[in-house]
Design a protein around this ligand. Structure first.
Ligand SMILES: [Zn+2]
Length: 142
């Protein structure tokens, strides 16, 4: 498993919109940099069970492990916890008249999805992520 660290504010990755746009596909850019949501059941990871580490599509920071992924039947890849404390940041999101908790990459502020308190044990949390914001690094075979 890749090692995750927490980043002080000064270590954050900051790029202009144009730089992100050049680096990402249009779908990745819309979700990760513009807080978009991919339609349910369309992302490439919602059914994936392959072992590995899900990293940030923008900066490569390890965010979630396949070991904490579960089938939420929502059409989005869902995890019950991040790979390490400090890998993601949570922000209150009041868009669309709802109060939700947005989840962002702690290193580059990429929008990843939202977290809801209706997940399975042991945490009871459901990190509902967008496939477009993630990049699965398969576990290396030994
Ligand atoms: Zn990132």
């Amino acid at each position: 498993m890749l090692e995750a660290r927490s980043f002080p504010m000064t270590d954050k990755i900051q790029k202009s919109d144009a730089e992100w746009q050049a680096q990402l596909s249009p779908d990745q850019y819309r979700v990760a940099r513009k807080a978009g949501t991919e339609p349910a059941f369309t992302g490439k990871y919602h059914k994936t069970k392959d072992p590995g580490t899900y990293t940030c599509v923008c900066c490569g920071e390890p965010l979630f492990s396949s070991e904490t992924k579960f089938d939420s039947s929502t059409g989005w890849p869902s995890f019950y916890k991040p790979v390490a404390e400090g890998a993601v940041e949570e922000h209150t999101d009041r868009a669309y008249g709802m109060s939700r908790t947005e989840v962002r990459c702690a290193r580059c502020d990429a929008h990843l999805g939202h977290v809801f308190p209706d997940g399975p044990r042991p945490t009871g949390m459901r990190y509902c992520m967008n496939s477009a914001a993630l990049d699965l690094k398969p576990e290396e075979k030994k």
